[in-house]
Design a binder for this molecule. Sequence first.
Ligand code: GLV
Ligand code: MN
Ligand code: MN
Length: 420
Amino acid sequence: VARESFGAVERLRGAPPGSVSADLAELARIGSSPGAGIERTAWSPELFAAYDWVARRMAEQGLAVQIDGAGNLIGSWNVGRGAAIVVGSHLDTVPHGGALDGALGVVAGIHAVRLLRERGVVPSRPLRIIAFMDEEGTRFDTALFGSRAFAGDDLSSLGDRLDGSGISLREAMANAGYDHRAVGSARGVAAVHAYLELHIEQGPVLSADGIAVGAVTSIVGMRRFQVELVGCANHAGTTPMELRRDALAGAARISLALRDFVRGRSCVTTNVGKLSIEPGGANVVPGRAEFTIDVRAADAAGIVELEDFVWETVRSVARDERLESRVELTFSLDPVQFDPSLIEAIERAAAAEGASCRRIESGAGHDAMVLGQHVPTGMIFVPSDGGVSHSPDEYTPPANLELGTRVLATCLQDVLSRER
Ligand code: GLV
Ligand code: MN
Ligand code: MN
């Protein structure tokens, strides 16, 4: 929903110059338009303009800046020896997004470097701040693209994915100066010792209870599907109701069946978030519907059950409505549990900074769920005012943004000192 005002960013703008909040307010200008929040989709000029801005901030902190073959922006503090500690998140946004989802983790990572330098900490290992490409996956249904490439997943089959205007991922990459065949060169996880990510909660729990920091224990598993239903476009006034093959009616029944299946259960969700119908006339029966399904569950058995339910529901509704159906599983990631010693390190850091802290599960996906399959990983949440996110209205009070950043820096310091 487009907004008349953009109050959340205005409220950040009042923070002292040079603070995390003021930097986030400045970064929020890139890709924002009046009334529509912020939009920086994967491989877009807006996203690369944000990269330029962040790269300058990285360089100011003495980091060596590069962009790898998957479009991940990496700032390196090349000190110490051995595998690196990586702090990451993302700079891409959902359509009509806000100023904090992803951007906080990157900006806070740079400020954590500043704090470590101010505290005289010389890391025993290299420290890298990474903005991963296309975490959201909005444009090509290629969520977590950069972190998956960094983890060494084979993404070569994704080049043909099309965006809403018919441009393929391969073309979008080429237009930005990247070669889809070179994505494999971004593999870098073998040189990572541990991964940390600071993010807004994107849910209501911490804000409602007045807790400053969440030590994240796990992230839900996810499946995403692309579904096509084909019926028969026909005259809306003359085609008898019982003879119609209405693709939208089929899509609506599937969406509601999914909703009813998970209602009343905890830790499972379903969502139909993109839908298009053709031919698109008020007086024409919809002959074709195309839509996405996103399902999530906290445990492995739950995600398997949900996935089976999607396949079976599409099949049975299509048969009942006399529609042809095509289903493609476009994204699949299992639930991840975070590293117990990093959860404890986050709790210690919160205590050291005087921040109230509680353990919390994440229903949102993050780059940490990819890294967490490979290396010890921890995530820090700060409260989302009113639990609002994926919206221009997402907001966290500046005091909480600064406190979360200090907790991140102190946690890094703790992790680094424990290996001496
Ligand atoms: C990312 O924000 C997701 O949870 O899909
Ligand atoms: Mn995010
Ligand atoms: Mn997001």
